[in-house]
Design a protein around this ligand. Structure first.
Ligand code: RB5
Length: 144
């Protein structure tokens, strides 16, 4: 992954989002925070839709979504054409979601995954390239 990383969360992902933003900056990526910005109950689909729309409009190539479990963000994001959102709880998930599935949205659960593991998952996800080859055909079949 290169360039700008979009990031968004609901209230249940806010603390992890703020922690990861600092790490993304230290890894020399540009980050655009699409909210939420306050620890007040809010609706995860609003933030998933905002981030996915920007990827569809080519304002960025990829993004990170965080809610409590990661499930609601995943459900919402994967309804958007061209979005391949991967809910990852291990570094292996992150690696394979990039190498085989060309995931363009990383989803994390703020109530599931601790800060340091989330940081390692994010780093693995950012540096792992898509392998292409037979996986390209399979990724194209997702949309057909
Ligand atoms: C919020 O309480 C919680 O439901 C939300 O963050 C997410 O986990 C939904 O999938």
């Amino acid at each position: 992954m290169s360039g700008k990383i979009l990031i968004a969360s609901d209230h249940a992902g806010l603390a992890l989002k703020n922690y990861l933003i600092q790490n993304i900056v230290e890894l020399d990526y540009t980050v655009e925070d699409l909210g939420c910005h306050e620890n007040v109950s809010c609706d995860y689909p609003v933030f998933a839709k905002s981030l996915c729309s920007k990827i569809q409009d080519r304002e960025a190539d990829c993004g990170v979504l965080i809610c409590g479990t990661g499930i609601g963000m995943s459900m919402t994001a994967n309804r958007f054409e061209g979005i391949r959102a991967a809910l990852c709880t291990t570094e292996f998930h992150a690696k394979m979601s990039r190498a085989h599935n060309d995931s363009n949205v990383l989803v994390l659960g703020g109530r599931i995954t601790g800060d340091e593991l989330a940081r390692e998952i994010l780093k693995t996800w950012l540096i792992t390239p898509f392998e292409g080859g037979r996986h390209q055909r399979r990724v194209e079949l997702i949309e057909k």
